[in-house]
Structure formats: C-alpha cells, structure tokens
Ligand binder design. Structure first.
Ligand code: HEM
Length: 484
C-alpha cells in the first residue's frame, strides 16, 4: 500500500508502465496479467461470494490492474483483514471519510521507516500536537500568500520550457522537420515541483542542484530500502546546510518578491525561524523536519499529477481539444486526474480502541490502510469510475475543504485526503499543475503521445495503463511553430 511517504520511495524503482518483481515467478502462475478491468478468479465460497487472496497485492497484475480487485473488496469485504500482511484495508469512500475525521479513534502516531529520513514530522502526529505544528506554515501555501507566488511559479515554468531550445539533452529531440520529441518527465515534470518548493521555502538559487540531490536521495531512502543509508546521509547534509541558513535568518530574515520587485512576504524558512511552540523557538532539527516533509510531500506527488494528467488527456483527444479551447477546463482536468489516477494509494492509520466496522472487529493498535484510490473508484459515489471524464457531474472540483465536500450529489476526490491531515499543499500543487500545463500548451503545438517510445500493455499494442502510482515517462511529439 502506498502512503504519502512510501509512494515516494518506490517511484525510483519503477520502470516503464508496470513493474515485474524478480520473485513474481512464485505467484505468476496464480496471478497472470489479465485484461484490464477483469480480476483473476480466486475461487468462491459455497454461498457464491468471491474469495480474495491477499497474495495478489504483491503481484505485477495488481500494480497495473488494481481496480477490479478493489471492487471485490468494496462489494464483499469493505473491511478486509489481510492476515498475510498483518493489516486491515478499508475501501469504501464513506467509511474512509469517517475514519479520517475520527482523529482520536484512528491516529497516525506509529513511526514508519520514513521517520528516520524525514525526522519527526506532523504526518505522524495527531490531535493538538498535530494542529499546533500544522499551523506553523500551512497558511503560507494557500490564499493570498499563494496568489502572491503565482508570478514566480509561472516564471520558473517558463524558464524550464525556454531551456528546451538550448539543450542537447537526450530527452529533448529536434527531429529536423519542424517537429520535436520531448520526454515530459525529465524535461519538465520531475524537477518543476521541486524548484517551486525550493523557492517557496526560500533556498538560495545556488543551492538548487544540491537540493535536487538531497530530495532524490531522501525519497529513495524512505520505506527502508537498501538506499536508506543514502537517505539518512542526504538528510544530514540538508540539516547541516539548513543550520547555516537558520543561523543567518534568525538574525536577518529573507523575503519573496513579486514581478515588480515588491516584497510579498517572508519565505517559509524565515517564517519558521520566528515561529514558537510553547514559547520556545523551533529547533534547527524541527525546522529541518518541516522542510523535509514539505519537500517530500510536494515533489513526486505533483510530478505524478502533471504526467498522469497529460497521459490521460492525450489519450482522450476530444476532451483535450476542449481544454485547448478553454483554459479554465484545466481545473477540472486536474481534479478528474487525481480522482482517476492519483499517485498516492492511501494512508496508514492505527486504531486507538477496538473498532467494529461491517461486522469485522479491528483490535486496538492494528495497522489499518485507508485505500484512497479505492474510494476514488467507489461506484457508490462516482458513476462509471474507471472512465476518465473531465465533464463528469458527480465530482466536486472547487476549493477543497478540510471538512470534505459533499453537496448536490457531488463529492471531492480523496487524493488529498480529508479531515485534519488534508494536504496543505493541495492548492499549490493545483496551481503548479495548471499554470505549468497552460505554459506547456503555449509552447507545444499539436502535442500527441509518441507511442513508439512508450511502454505497452500485455497485448503489446495498447499503451500501458497507469495502474497504481504515476507513469515514469511521457514521450510527446509536437510541432515547433507557435500556436496560431
Ligand atoms: C498532487 C499533489 C499532491 C498529492 C496527491 C498529495 C497528497 C497528500 C495526502 C493524501 C496527504 C494526507 C496524508 C494523511 O492523511 O496522513 C498529504 C499530506 C501532506 N502534504 Fe500533500 N499532496 C500533494 C502535494 C503536496 C505539496 C505540493 C506539498 C507542499 C508544498 C504537500 C505537503 C504535504 C504535507 C506537509 C502533508 C502533511 C499534512 C499533515 O499531516 O497535516 N503536498 N498530501
């Protein structure tokens, strides 16, 4: 199950459309790769109920084709006790929403292997402790503070796209006939969200390359992989560097400026330097952990949103054409992408008391996975959940609220979670994805997927599905003349 922390660690190991693990040989016979939308028959109980074998979670089949399996869970085992992995899965939208709001009954306290790399972060706190830390900087990522940053975000995107003209990198190919082929991940989406975060935090431009290295090392060191040591070392380097910045900014804060050079506010590091908890200034360790969490939360997630959105839109040319004609539709495209294919599978929680749900008793202290991607495909909430439709009228696409949204038959998607831990970066990632995409579209005339270079599904012909997570690469052909 991929949570906000663990999804970040696995992305570096994935190649192409889906992963085939080395030890899949053992299970491959029982879980062949199926046509999309069809589950492997795992047998039936005498009353006809489909059986569910949790070994499927570890297969390549599940990675690329998860939704028919989640449908079985939602319909027949809304609380599934997975004895193999020693945890429980909650898969229906309404149940997950209720659990997220029950901050007392379902807490986030137990430390995962991410703690070593990210440090003590609010992700793993509940109740009052969580609220006090969240308020430290959440306000700087929303509202007017965010609006003030829009010109700077736009400038970062423009600079990255302009650099395509001057590069001979293998992921920006001039075909010599007025067309270009670009791999959108390396040319834009991998780094753009990190640059935005780096700037909003207030890292000096000259630290950007180091920052990108720390980010990659920390992300690949989450989840207890063999790269954990590298992640720890990168965090130490980051902390050493931040210690210097903090010492300077405790004395002399630094500011963010608008395009006219007017001050729009202090950067987040300067804000954290002057913040107090219980009357004490935050320690350098606390500031570093906050930075590590913002970096960790804001990179891979937004990268995935941008790439998945373009992949889905370009496979639905009629919808893409409408977006090209009406830039306001990017908002709907962003939210429908996150409903259809977000890169965060769900979030782990531990229950404080014994809980009974759908006739299943979950003993206190159990690991309970809230499967956000299953909630997003719950047909009790979203009609034809497997179709990508930016015009669907059952998805709420307005301003996201911590209190969730359910009005006139429309619910928000669950990609940003809901309740006390609702992603504080939701609005900035939205802005990045939409503004970045609008600028990409200004530059790329008649963009289409270069199918030759993309991974294929099991028939060897169709494009690989996104499955769980985000696509790794997106090769696009486009014409170089300016749009008419
Ligand atoms: C499409 C992009 C994004 C997605 C899908 C996403 C998803 C999520 C989710 C599901 C959570 C809830 C975790 C929980 O319930 O335990 C979360 C929390 C968080 N996200 Fe995001 N996120 C995105 C972008 C960002 C960005 C851009 C930032 C920072 C600039 C960010 C920073 C955070 C932080 C700090 C938390 C912890 C909040 C807390 O525990 O109170 N995220 N994110």
């Amino acid at each position: 199950m991929s949570s906000i922390a663990s999804v970040l660690s696995t992305y570096l190991d994935r190649r192409g459309g889906f992963t085939v693990a080395a030890d899949d040989r053992v299970t491959a016979r029982e879980f062949p790769l199926m046509p999309l939308g069809e589950a492997v028959d795992m047998g039936h109980a005498p009353d006809g109920t489909p059986l569910f074998d949790p070994r499927v979670f570890d297969t390549a089949e599940f990675q690329r084709n998860p939704y028919p399996y989640y449908r079985i869970l939602r319909d027949h085992y809304p609380v599934f006790h997975d004895k193999l992995h020693n945890c429980y899965y909650v898969t229906r939208y309404d149940d997950i929403t209720a659990c997220y709001f029950d901050d007392e009954g379902f807490n986030t306290i137990p430390k995962g292997s991410s703690s070593g790399v990210l440090g003590n972060t609010q992700l793993e706190l509940s109740g009052v402790e969580h609220r006090r830390r969240r308020n430290l900087y959440g306000q700087h990522l929303v509202g007017q503070a965010l609006q003030n940053r829009v010109p700077a975000i736009r400038r970062l995107a423009r600079d990255m796209i302009a650099a395509w003209d001057a590069t001979d990198a293998p992921y920006v190919i001039d075909n010599g006939d007025g067309t270009r082929t670009v791999e959108l991940g390396r040319a834009f989406a991998n780094e753009f969200p990190i640059r935005v975060v780096c700037q909003v935090l207030g890292f000096p431009d000259e630290a950007r390359d180091d920052f990108y290295y720390w980010y990659n090392s920390m992300m690949s060191g989450l989840g207890g992989s063999e790269r954990h040591q590298q992640g720890l070392e990168a965090r130490q380097h980051l902390e050493d560097y931040v210690a210097g910045l903090v010492a300077e900014r405790r004395v002399t804060p630094t500011y963010l400026y608008d395009e006219d050079g007017k001050v729009i506010g202090k950067d987040i590091i300067s804000k954290l330097c002057e913040s107090k908890l219980d009357g004490d200034f935050l320690s350098t360790e606390e500031i570093t952990s906050n930075i590590a969490l913002i970096v960790g939360g804001g990179g891979e997630t937004t990268r995935g949103a941008i790439l998945n959105m373009w992949y889905l839109l370009l496979q639905h040319p009629d919808q893409f054409e409408r977006v090209c004609r009406d830039a306001a539709l990017w908002d709907a495209a962003f939210h429908e992408t996150l409903r259809h294919s977000t890169s965060i599978g769900g979030q782990p929680r531990h229950n404080t008391f014994d809980v009974e749900l759908h006739g299943v008793t979950i003993p206190a202290g159990s690991l309970v996975h809230m499967v956000d991607v299953s909630a997003n495909h719950d047909e009790r909430i979203f009609a034809s959940p497997e179709s990508f439709d930016i015009f669907r009228n059952d998805l709420y696409s307005g301003k996201l609220l911590r209190s969730g949204y359910r009005k006139d038959g429309r619910c928000s998607h669950m990609a940003f979670g809901v309740g006390p831990h609702l992603c504080p970066g939701a609005w900035i990632s939205h802005q990045e994805s939409v503004l970045g995409s609008q600028l990409l579209l200004e530059h790329m005339h008649n963009p289409r997927i270069n199918t030759e270079r993309m991974p294929k599904d099991i028939d060897g012909v169709r494009l690989a599905p996104i499955g769980l997570g985000a696509i790794r690469e997106l090769w696009i052909d486009y014409e170089m003349q300016t749009r008419g």
